[in-house]
Design a binder for this molecule. Structure first.
Ligand code: SF4
Length: 446
């Protein structure tokens, strides 16, 4: 049972020293109860109180890291059921499977293909994150060779899949320094698999036949000292899996039910076509999976998956922004038009391609509107004559062109007089919609 703020307060030093970043112990206790801070922020808590509080203050869904360095994947530590309540923090890792019974050439080729699955979307690099190597051979040597081949062909973190501890050890001992996820502990083999996870300091994936079985195994494994667990409810039937996963998330968040307070891994089912597999994967990116493992790796499957993931895991209170600066589009000269827009990514990435498509080399001055689109920023007074003038000056636009004409979006036409007076630039009112920019640049701009 989770402790209340007052329960926690009783265990704190009550000195109100403020070293934790909030002014009073009570405020800290309330923040801790709301899982908005962590116990380690208070340096004065006694060992006895720490022991009592540690369990209660741990995040309801354990944070698990797979891999190391820049490519590492962090999953779990979510705090809400629905993104509109706050935000989701650790985006689903997307993994693609390789079977160990393929030839070495095929394995290397597939690993390189997966490594290359990276896309540029609204100014962000989005990618497939992990490679899962499945033991289909049942042979330690074959599995070890596959792990070695993938590891040399790709820097992505690995998921090693086998329920046979001997096969698993043949692979993990080669890549233990890369912190792979070992997947395949179950009710029969969990003790041996947990020993491996402990020996190689790797996170461990557990599959149960039912949620009850899962909830029975995880405390036994944590009691052995393996804390970084990833759980799989086992079923491959979409409605049942969705219900199970929702239940896990609810139990973890609403009841602080520790045996299921771990990130979830989901595997797409065997024998489905690529479209069904993609829909299946998208469903579990939307609903609570820490890792989704696919068999297919077509570009047309991957792009919608990374797109839906980016949409879901973007903080709704912090719109994706581009840097505020002057972007030259095409071979600009000192006669090129200067267009003004906002730093909301979707606005910039709508305007930019239209300008590029017009074949009229132009400068786009992106004004910092805190990520708001044109009309929203205008209504919030974040896209006014003073802010645009400041951006013109800060980015030395007058040194880039010899004319003094600036094009503003048609939606803020009402600003043109004030902007001319404030900036000293001649203001041209552009179209309302970006799609009309090519025609404007070719026929109206002079
Ligand atoms: S650092 Fe600890 S003792 Fe100091 S105010 Fe915060 S909770 Fe209280």
């Amino acid at each position: 049972m989770a402790l209340t703020g007052l329960d926690i307060y009783k265990l704190l030093p009550k000195t109100n020293c403020g070293d934790c970043g909030v002014p009073t112990c009570l405020a800290f206790a309330m923040a801790l109860a709301g899982k908005k801070t962590s116990l380690d922020k208070c340096p004065h808590v006694s060992a006895q109180a720490k022991e009592a509080l540690d369990g209660a203050s741990a995040p309801p869904i354990h944070l698990v890291t797979v891999g190391t360095g820049d490519n590492k994947v962090e999953i779990g530590n979510e705090t809400v059921l629905f993104r509109h309540e706050q935000t989701f923090y650790h985006q689903t890792g997307i993994a693609v499977e390789i079977s160990d019974n393929l030839s070495a050439d095929e394995i290397a080729k597939r690993a390189k293909h997966i490594q290359g699955l990276e896309f540029d979307r609204v100014g962000k690099k989005v990618r497939i994150n992990l490679i899962a190597i499945r033991d289909k051979s049942g042979k330690p040597d074959t599995f070890a060779n596959a792990v070695k081949t993938v590891s040399s062909a790709s820097a992505l973190p690995l998921v090693l899949i086998s329920s046979n501890p001997a096969v698993m050890e043949s692979g993990v001992k080669l890549v233990a320094d890369k912190k792979p996820l070992l997947y395949g502990a179950n009710a029969e083999n969990y003790a041996a698999m947990a020993e491996l996870a402990k020996k190689y300091n790797a996170p461990l994936g557990i599959v149960g036949k039912t949620l009850d079985e899962l909830a029975d195994i995880t405390p036994k494994i944590t009691a052995m000292g393996v804390k970084d667990l990833v759980i799989d409810p086992g079923t491959k039937e979409l409605p049942k899996l969705l219900a199970d996963i929702t239940q896990i998330r609810r139990l973890a968040l609403k009841k602080t039910f520790r045996p299921l307070g771990f990130p979830i891994i989901v595997f797409t089912p065997d024998g489905v076509d690529a479209m069904t597999e993609t829909i299946f994967a998208a469903t579990f990116i939307a609903k609570y999976s820490g890792i989704v493992v696919l068999k297919g790796s077509e570009l047309w499957q991957m792009l919608p998956l990374v797109t839906i993931r980016q949409n879901i895991y973007t903080d709704p209170q912090k719109p994706i922004q581009v840097e505020s600066k002057v972007y030259p589009i095409g071979q600009v000269t000192d006669n090129s038009p200067v267009l003004v827009t906002t730093n909301f990514s979707l606005t910039y990435f709508t305007v930019g391609p239209e300008v590029e498509g017009s074949k009229v080399p132009s400068y786009i001055l992106v004004v910092n509107t805190e990520g708001m689109s044109v009309l929203t920023a205008y209504a919030a007074d974040k896209f006014n004559e003073k802010i645009i003038t400041k951006a013109l000056n800060e980015h030395s636009v007058a040194q880039k062109v010899k004319h003094k004409k600036v094009v503003i979006p048609g939606y803020i036409a009402a600003l043109s007089g004030k902007l001319e007076a404030e900036s000293g630039w001649q203001v041209m009112v552009g179209p309302r919609e970006a799609s009309a920019l090519p025609s404007f640049l070719k026929n109206v701009w002079k």
